[in-house]
Write a protein that binds this ligand. Structure first.
Ligand code: SAH
Length: 253
């Protein structure tokens, strides 16, 4: 696949950005590296003249930006998403290095759309947002001052994407990315599986929505590690549906 096509399949997703100037800087960072697909989840202020000013010649990226109300909507249709965070969370994918993770991202881009997910300038990504991603990356920094400006963080990742896409050898096929007969499950299909699990576990009494604990985040983390295929999601949902039949479609008798 041509490097330009691989780069066009990478969505840059900004979660709840506060400063329109940063959105403009992100558009510029993307366009200089050949990326163009910008998704904005609930931006505080957009469109805005400050965003246009900071984008300079990348206003076209802003004009084509897609506005979404949740990260779930922004990731619909993707086959792989990477969260950007300076801090390891106690639950969520283990933080990896940009170069290795971008190699995996480009390998997955051969299969469909993929995403780099960035957090809000003040609070970063929420734990819930991180659990929508299958991998996480920290940009190595001075440990005493580890938080980059949003536009700078996007620039570093877009640069790595360009270097990997145009490397002479094809993107390294990461471990676990083996050819298979079934396509990789898309984000919305995996979300459907989680919702199905939650419904069945609630019906059987295994999960108590009043006292949710960490069961749902742990399931997300488990499946986030496995790179589910569409066939596998269908099998798991078939198993869940069969238990619903047994229990009278989930109704309590
Ligand atoms: N104060 C926030 C950081 C906000 S910076 C916090 O403590 O989480 C805005 C976004 O840029 C972050 O959510 C993250 O997506 C990205 N970012 C900044 N520095 C980073 C780093 N060293 N590694 C990975 N992502 C980083």
């Amino acid at each position: 696949m041509k490097p330009e096509v691989l780069l066009s399949r990478i969505r840059v997703v900004l979660c709840r950005p506060s400063h329109p100037g940063n959105i403009g800087a992100v558009a510029r960072a993307m366009k200089t590296m050949g990326l163009s697909s910008l998704y904005l989840v609930d931006p505080k202020q957009f469109p805005d003249p400050e965003a246009d000013t900071r984008a300079t010649g990348a206003v076209d990226v802003l004009e084509r930006a897609k506005l979404k109300s949740s990260l779930k909507d922004a990731l619909a249709g993707t086959v792989f998403a990477v969260a950007l965070s300076a801090r390891q969370r106690d639950i969520g994918p283990t933080l990896g290095a940009p170069r290795e993770t971008v190699a995996r991202l480009l390998a997955e881009a051969g299969e469909g759309e993929v995403a780099l997910v960035f957090g809000n300038e003040t609070v970063g990504l929420s734990n819930d947002e991180i659990l929508h991603c299958q991998a996480a990356v920290a940009i190595p920094t001075n440990p005493e001052f580890s938080s980059l400006n949003l536009g700078s963080a996007v620039q570093v990742l877009c640069y790595e994407c360009r270097m990997a896409a145009f490397a002479e050898r094809p993107p390294v096929v990461a471990q676990g990315v083996t050819p298979s007969t079934s396509p990789v499950a898309r984000h919305d299909e995996v979300e459907g599986l989680y919702a199905h699990f939650e419904a069945v576990m609630t019906d059987t009494g295994f999960f108590n929505p009043e006292q949710p604990g960490r069961l749902l985040p742990k399931l997300r983390r488990l499946f986030g590690r496995t790179r589910l295929e569409r066939d596998e999601v269908n099998i798991l949902r078939g198993i869940l549906a069969s238990t619903q039949v047994k229990t009278g479609h989930g109704r309590k008798n």
